[in-house]
Design a protein around this ligand. Structure first.
Ligand SMILES: N[C@@H](CCC(=O)N[C@@H](CS)C(=O)NCC(=O)O)C(=O)O
Length: 378
């Protein structure tokens, strides 16, 4: 399998495709990108869900979920590891990745689909890239794209006039927290990129760093993050061997506080609602009230994974992690205060399992359902 070129099913402006592309480039794993949507029926059957990124291996296996893909590749391709060897730094790196994957997503979608200029630009790019196989004029495909994305990922993900200031403040907090860390080092946890950096590349690269409204904010408020995005993209040119910190630096405190106050609250309320069998839930984060959010089975799995990671740490490392997270509610990482049985990947085959989407239970809006049916018939 030495010279295998991975087939990366992805989209050029996607959060998780950008994250995995940056990682593959750093690891010098060759890949060729294709767009999955014209082949949706076959891909759904083989991979479990039509989402990006997916990796199709030369031996016919399919990989999904950027976190699980990176973990599997770290075993298969040891060159330039991205998992810090210190167990405490390693756990915190994974936690930052999870916050980047699952919390900053809402802000990224809001900036892209709520601001007219961003929405017009991105709907044009996406309509051409992912729907040009559909027998409908571009103007219709573009309208459909705007409506689908806005409904699915902004309106139904709890962003409205009362919550949008808080959603936007989450982006600013991430910029400020990263700037504090990057003032001391080229990457978040050392002189080489770790899984924390790759997690942050999801939102910061293809969304915040490229979509017009958040990119302007990044350039003016956090030039060090803007520079880091390019450094991450070019990390393949690094010659030095990776050097990760052997302790979590004090400058990580604002980021850890922010993720505890936001992402961990969402993980908790989502898992509680999932355990009650509910389809939606409410939460209050940093004083902002989100009245109706979709329950995510996948995010219950995320919590279970973090808990397993914590449970596998030696007692001394567990104590150190707890010391770094002295905020209310962090106990869900180390105790059963919230049930976290997701039912996803019970056979533990990830990333070679059948994927589910983050909001699997979502009902598609009518236009998307109709066009999806056209896609499926092909
Ligand atoms: N947990 C997955 C999430 C992948 C994901 O949500 N990808 C988005 C695009 S960035 C997607 O394909 N969404 C499907 C859709 O919009 O229908 C990962 O880390 O790879």
């Amino acid at each position: 399998m030495g010279n295998e070129t991975m087939k990366l099913w992805g989209v050029s402006v996607s959060y998780f495709t950008g994250k995995i592309e940056a990682y593959l480039r750093y690891k010098r794993i060759p890949y060729a990108m294709e767009h999955p949507f014209a082949d949706a029926r076959r891909i759904r059957a083989l991979a479990g869900a039509v989402q990006v990124p997916l990796i199709e291996r030369a031996d016919g296996r399919w990989m999904s979920d950027s976190t699980a893909i990176i973990q599997a590749f770290e075993g298969e391709f040891p060159y330039r590891p991205v998992l810090p060897p210190d167990p405490v730094v390693g756990f915190i790196a994974r936690l930052i990745e999870d916050y980047a994957d699952e919390w900053l997503w809402r802000a990224a979608m809001h900036f892209r689909w709520s601001y007219e200029h961003d929405r017009e630009l991105l709907s044009r790019i996406l309509a051409d890239e992912v729907t040009s196989h559909l027998p409908a004029p571009r103007v219709l495909r573009r309208t459909m794209m705007k409506r689908r994305q806005r409904q699915s990922f902004v309106v139904r993900d709890g962003v409205d006039e009362s919550t949008s200031p808080h959603v936007e403040s989450g982006y600013l907090a991430a910029l400020d927290a990263m700037s504090a860390m990057l003032a001391a080092r080229p990457f978040l946890l050392g002189t080489a990129p770790s899984i924390a950096d790759y997690g942050m590349m999801g939102p910061m690269f293809r969304h915040f760093g490229q979509d017009p409204t958040p990119a302007e904010i990044m350039r003016s408020r956090a030039p060090a993050v803007f520079e880091w995005v390019a450094r991450m993209w070019n990390a393949g040119s690094l010659n030095e061997s990776p050097a990760f910190l052997d302790r979590v630096p004090e400058d990580a405190e604002p980021l850890l506080r922010e993720l505890a106050e936001t992402h961990l609250v969402q993980l908790r309320e989502n898992a509680l609602a999932f355990a009650r069998g509910e389809a939606t839930f409410a939460m209050t984060v940093q004083g902002a009230r989100y009245r109706r959010l979709p329950v995510s089975q996948f995010r219950v799995h995320c919590l279970a994974q973090l808990r397993e990671h914590f449970a596998a740490l030696a007692p001394q490392a567990q104590t150190a992690v707890r010391g770094l997270l002295p905020y209310p509610g962090c106990d869900l990482l180390w105790s059963e205060v919230v049930p976290a049985r997701s039912g996803y990947d019970e056979a533990r085959e990830a990333p070679y399992n059948k994927a589910i989407r983050v909001f699997e239970t979502h009902r598609e809006p009518i236009m998307a359902r109709l066009l999806g049916a056209v896609t499926r018939r092909r």
